[in-house]
Design a protein around this ligand. Structure first.
Ligand SMILES: NC(=O)c1ccc[n+]([C@@H]2O[C@H](COP(=O)([O-])OP(=O)(O)OC[C@H]3O[C@@H](n4cnc5c(N)ncnc54)[C@H](OP(=O)(O)O)[C@@H]3O)[C@@H](O)[C@H]2O)c1
Length: 218
């Protein structure tokens, strides 16, 4: 069954470099955005720089208000985030923009990077009933901020997930943010653009990214 997410609010969990930038891009594109933060008042400076429809709430309230959730927190925070919110994430499109970083996240990042399944299937344990999609993890926040809606061929984000309608929705959100989507495959294929792969932190157009993925290990 095709779900209707189109008119839904987006919860952005993590109002930092990636969440703050994407939330602004989506609000500018006409989406309703609610940032979820431990201290919603701390998001006020970010909200002051957004002309579109954006607000802040606690993490749980933000998720409850939305059908789409961007997770832009440190990878190492996934277990505690999932522990508190797995039930409320059920049946929502959950976009995982996190990267396992051993220097920041420790052993859990090492485990995810050495897993045959890649980082998206790794975090499924923390949000088992969510419609998980990997996206927005491959380019630095400065590129996201400065290259959105650029002149000429847009830069591209790789997308992977098991739920076709959720993947298609996230592809639209990539376009709304000012980039091209490249659909890679099911959740396991997120491994092909995880941290440390040749296409990670290597901004490319959709044609270039598609060719690079074709030449990379499957
Ligand atoms: N920075 C980049 O260029 C980049 C690019 C692609 C992907 N990523 C990935 O995106 C994620 C976010 O990176 P970032 O640079 O945006 O980080 P950041 O600027 O440090 O922001 C992280 C945000 O997550 C929040 N947070 C931390 N633990 C949380 C929890 N348990 N529940 C809810 N919110 C929590 C933090 O809130 P508090 O401040 O209140 O703790 C903060 O707002 C990381 O996984 C990173 O690897 C980053």
């Amino acid at each position: 069954m095709m779900r209707n997410f189109q008119s839904s609010r987006i919860a952005v969990i993590g109002a930092g470099n990636i969440g703050g930038t994407l939330g602004k891009l989506w609000a500018d594109a006409g989406h309703q955005v609610v940032f979820g933060a431990a201290d919603p008042a701390a998001v006020d400076p970010l909200l002051a720089g957004i002309d579109g429809n954006a607000a802040a709430a606690t993490v749980s309230v933000a998720i409850d208000k939305a059908a789409i959730v961007l997770v832009a927190i440190p990878f190492g925070a996934w277990p505690s985030f999932g522990n508190k919110n797995a039930a409320r994430l059920a049946d929502k499109v959950v976009i995982d923009a996190t990267n396992p970083d051993p220097g920041r996240d420790g052993a859990i990042a090492e485990q995810a990077l050495s897993s045959d399944d890649g980082s998206l299937l790794f975090v499924t344990e923390f949000a088992p009933a969510a419609l998980l999609v990997k996206a927005f993890n491959t380019m630095q926040a400065s590129v996201l901020r400065n290259q959105a809606h650029r002149a000429g061929a847009p830069l591209a984000y790789a997308i992977a997930g098991d739920h076709t309608d959720a993947v298609e929705l996230v592809a639209q959100l990539v376009e709304d943010a000012g980039f091209d989507p490249v659909l890679v495959g099911n959740a396991r294929t997120a491994k092909r653009f995880d941290r440390g792969t040749s296409v990670w932190n290597n901004p490319m157009t959709a044609d270039e990214l598609t060719k690079a993925l074709d030449q990379s290990p499957t």
